[in-house]
Ligand binder design. Structure first.
Ligand code: NOJ
Length: 881
């Protein structure tokens, strides 16, 4: 027998792993001695996720005050039904965007449109396809990150989207095989943190709410959702648990989300899987304690699509909006909607919690200026037909649904620029590159050079690896307006010089490849690896990659061409690291370029680099290791708990990517931060200025105000019945009740719920502030500048170029990584000229997380700063006094 959410009161409280699992207030790792980071080899305690209640109410912290005062004025006018409408999606394919909440027609407030993706506007036409997040990471360029965000935001704005479902910091990239790593930036938390902040500010400057996702620990596609896994033949009851200790959460995975919150992100999406055996969308430790308490997040938390697993519990654990609103797609049932009405009427969810949800949603809307920028939605996610159903799944309301608004503006230029600025030059023997375009015979090889025979959008959500990899697969994609292939761009280049150009885009055409390679004076081989989201299987890769080798016969192709042409240039399009150790040492392979996932202008971008119009300046945002094992982490491909939730222990702690190789003393093929230029740079003159070595870090103290409520509501359940004259759209989620008796009404919502109420979760009295909290992004003193480091960068070559000097810190403890990135800048320098690289070192940059005091501290170990051109080339160093 199932129990309706409103029946499950505090008296029925039974600790359950599915909720927060434990009533203890100790924290994982609480036995770690103070002032020492945890031993990465120690076991992760995944048996619980400590509960934290009540859910912090937004107060307008930081620069949110004005948005909050507008929001509270707005929310104060709303009826209970109108408030609940804002929190609950109308159901999958219920309206035109990938997610929409209910409208408030009385006030002319239309339903909000939540639309993918992190690379543009998904599921429409006449939009741009921008380079993926991993490419922005390779630029190491704050300005380009902002510009891309602003341009993507502008396209969303012009299509009528309110929330762009991106950018991504989860996955961070724990394992290189992770299917969606490319949607995010880099496995380095500082690089990701800086660039996610810039992207958010760019998007929101265009008047669209950004959504930082997926919070948190969403590091693999396999088993992220048990129903999805069942479709692939893996049967288990609960989704995977990412088991992460408290230090690793703070020093690695939470870090970029702190930057996102500090940058003012309007929304965050919680992820599908569990963390420490509690679902991320109802995990009060993650949401109440970390995101809203410690990080002071003022916007709203929405669920990933069907990542909600309970009604009352998720509400009390801090979820603010359920997307797409139905429990199971198109079931017509919701954990919220009418169940929320019932839970409010019987007091299970206090009014202040609902008011907080709604205030956060409306505050985000004002915060980015949607009151001035909002326009009607002019596209439809489910069809590109001009006319169709307004309520797609219900086949109702035939009308104009796609206005085909061209929102691309001049963004192609920016996309081309980012494409070349993110192309990493890994090898360049004897100045092979740049080419002149006057080579006698240019041959291009590889499936990755050419077109997808089905067209650039021929595979739904880019779910195939046909032709050049301009975009990877899943909800993180968008429809191409066109895709300039490398084959086309290079052919144009050669023909403009009246040269000879031939290409073979069938990588399996062994004989023909050998014949052409033998004729070529320069052979350019394009190879790729692809990956994506876990609902699509491409060649047996269920989102995640099965291995780190090249796809489409790439290794055979490279070997064959380079055996016959001693001027072979290798170009790699990939969603992440790939094993290329054999090629770095092969003398016939004269140059290697990594071009990532570059978007619609792919061919033009690579041609700009190959032919020297752009001097490469990108750096690897991850490590190219010699072997898969060198990364020290891997994915779980076979469920390991029978029908129980698969368990993934993040037992490597903070040691991912370069930190893992450094720790194991493994030599990478190309290290994190590495990238060549057509010119050269020297580093000199390191200076460290002690900006502030006396101030003491003050833990935040004090209490919040009591939880506010805005407006009132009638307690008469008859007021919440479906209005008599209303036409109901089938499967559409409404907040209305079918019966006045709440228990009967709950029975007819048709959904059993495993919610319960944890003591303290309904308490709206003033609550203690957290020591590490106090402002968006955490304790403001974490961002105090303690030191300023400067160094001189000189262009010692003969071409103008840009360099990315990098600053790393050794925190010095026995369990700290050798070095961690803490600063970088892209600097343009003319030949023979110098420029100054300046990095502020913040308190956060030299702190560790202390699990006992639940705060940051600076250990007594000696701190050293290093400056150089990559994580393994660090000619300058100094000790911080
Ligand atoms: C699921 C994906 O995980 C998320 O990133 C996306 O925004 C939603 N689906 C909506 O498409």
């Amino acid at each position: 027998m199932w129990l309706a959410p409103f029946l499950l009161l505090a008296t029925s409280f039974v600790p359950s792993m599915q909720q927060d699992g434990n009533t203890s207030t100790t924290y994982p790792g609480a036995t770690y001695p103070n002032a020492v980071s945890p031993d990465p080899d120690a076991a992760v305690d995944a048996t619980f996720s400590p509960p934290y209640y009540p859910s912090p109410w937004g107060t307008g912290l930081g620069d949110w005050a004005s948005a909050y005062s507008k929001a509270t004025a707005f929310v104060s006018q709303l009826t209970l039904i109108e408030k609940i409408n804002l929190t609950t999606g109308v159901g999958w394919e219920g309206e035109r965007c990938v997610g929409q909440n209910g409208a408030i027609p009385r006030l002319g407030f239309r339903s909000m449109c939540m639309q993918d993706s992190p690379v543009g506007v998904r599921d429409t036409d006449f939009n741009s396809v921008f380079p993926a997040g991993v490419n922005i990471a390779a630029t190491f360029d704050r300005g380009l990150a902002y510009a891309r965000g602003q341009a993507m935001g502008a396209e969303h704005q012009m299509k009528g989207s309110d929330v762009q479902l991106g950018p991504v910091a989860g996955p961070l990239g724990r394992s290189p095989e992770g299917g969606r790593n490319w949607e995010g930036f880099s496995p380095d938390p500082v690089l990701t943190g800086v660039l996610i902040a810039q992207t958010i500010q760019g998007i929101q400057s265009s008047g669209v709410i950004a959504c930082a996702k997926h919070f948190i620990g969403n590091e693999q596609e396999h088993f992220r959702q048990s129903p999805e896994s069942a479709g692939f033949g893996f049967i288990f009851n609960d989704s995977l648990s990412s088991n992460i200790d408290d230090v690793t959460l703070h020093e690695l995975y939470l870090w970029p989300f702190a930057d996102a919150v500090r940058a003012g992100v309007g929304s965050v999406m919680c992820s599908y899987q569990q963390v420490n055996n509690s679902y991320a969308c109802q995990n009060s430790h993650l949401i109440n304690y970390l995101l809203k308490g410690e990080l002071g997040f003022q916007g709203f938390l929405m669920s990933d699509w069907a990542a909600q697993h309970s009604g009352v519990s998720s509400a009390l654990a801090g979820l603010d909006m359920t997307m797409p609103g139905d429990t199971v797609f198109d079931s017509g049932r919701s954990y919220w909607g009418p169940n929320m009405t019932i839970a409010i009427l019987n007091g299970t969810i206090p009014q202040w919690r609902l008011d907080d949800m709604v205030t956060r949603i409306i505050a985000a809307w004002y915060y980015v200026g949607r009151d001035e920028t909002s326009i009607p939605i002019n596209f439809d996610s489910w069809t590109l037909d001009t006319y169709g159903y307004e309520y797609f799944y219900a086949d109702m309301g035939f009308t104009l649904i796609n206005e085909h608004v061209d929102v691309r503006q001049e963004h192609a230029d920016l996309i081309r620029e980012i494409g070349s600025a993110s192309t990493v030059l890994l090898k360049n023997i004897n100045n092979t590159l740049p080419l002149t375009g006057k080579e006698k015979f240019t041959a291009v090889f590889g499936d990755d050079a050419g077109d997808n025979p089905y067209g650039p959008n021929g595979c739904s959500d880019r779910g195939c690896d046909n032709g050049t990899l301009g975009m990877a697969w899943g909800s993180g994609s968008a429809n191409f307006p066109y895709l300039v292939t490398p084959e086309t761009a290079i052919q144009n280049e050669i023909l403009s010089n009246n040269g000879v150009f031939q290409s073979i885009t069938d990588g399996f055409a062994g004989m023909q490849v050998q014949a052409l390679a033998g004729q070529a004076s320069v052979a350019i081989v394009f190879v790729n690896v692809d990956s994506g989201e876990g609902y699509i299987d491409v060649d047996g890769n269920i989102g995640d990659r099965n291995n780190l080798t090249l796809w489409k016969n790439g290794d055979v192709l490279v070997t064959n061409v380079s055996a016959l042409c001693n001027n072979t240039i290798l170009v790699i399009h990939s969603t992440g690291p790939v094993l290329i150790g054999n090629y770095s040492s092969n003398p016939n392979i004269t140059a290697i370029l990594w071009a990532g996932v570059p978007g619609e202008q792919s061919g033009n971008s690579i041609a700009d680099v190959l032919y020297g119009r752009v001097n490469p300046s990108a750096k690897l945002p991850f490590t190219m290791a010699e072997t898969r094992e060198d990364y020290g982490t891997d994915l779980l491909y076979i469920p390991n708990e029978g029908t129980g939730a698969p368990q993934v222990n993040f037992s490597e702690g903070v040691f991912i990517d370069y930190r893992a190789l450094d720790r194991a003393n493994a030599t990478p093929v190309y290290e994190f931060g590495f990238g060549l230029s057509y010119t050269s740079f020297s580093y000199s003159n390191l200076e460290v200025l002690n900006v502030d070595n006396t101030s003491v870090y003050t833990p935040t103290t004090g209490f919040t105000t009591a939880a506010p409520t805005f407006g009132g509501f009638s307690n008469d359940s008859a007021d919440y019945l479906f209005p008599a004259n209303m036409t109901q759209v089938p499967y559409y989620i409404y907040p209305y009740l079918n019966y006045t008796d709440l228990e009967t009404a709950a029975n007819t919502t048709g959904y059993g719920d495993n919610s319960f109420v944890i003591p303290g979760s309904q308490d709206g009295s003033p609550q203690p502030l957290l020591a590490a909290g106090g402002a968006p992004g955490g304790n403001p003193e974490l961002y105090d500048v303690l030191y300023q480091v400067t160094a001189t960068i000189t262009n010692t070559g003969s071409l103008p170029g840009a360099e990315v000097p990098q600053l790393y810190v050794s925190l010095g403890g026995p369990y700290d990584p050798n070095i961690v990135l803490r600063g970088f800048e892209k600097l343009s320098v003319q030949p023979s000229m110098s420029t100054t690289f300046t990095v502020d070192i913040l308190r956060r940059d030299i702190s560790n997380w202390d699990t006992v005091s639940q705060n940051w501290f600076i250990s007594n170990y000696t701190k050293t700063v290093y400056v150089g051109s990559s994580s393994r080339t660090l000619p300058l160093s100094a000790t911080l006094s």
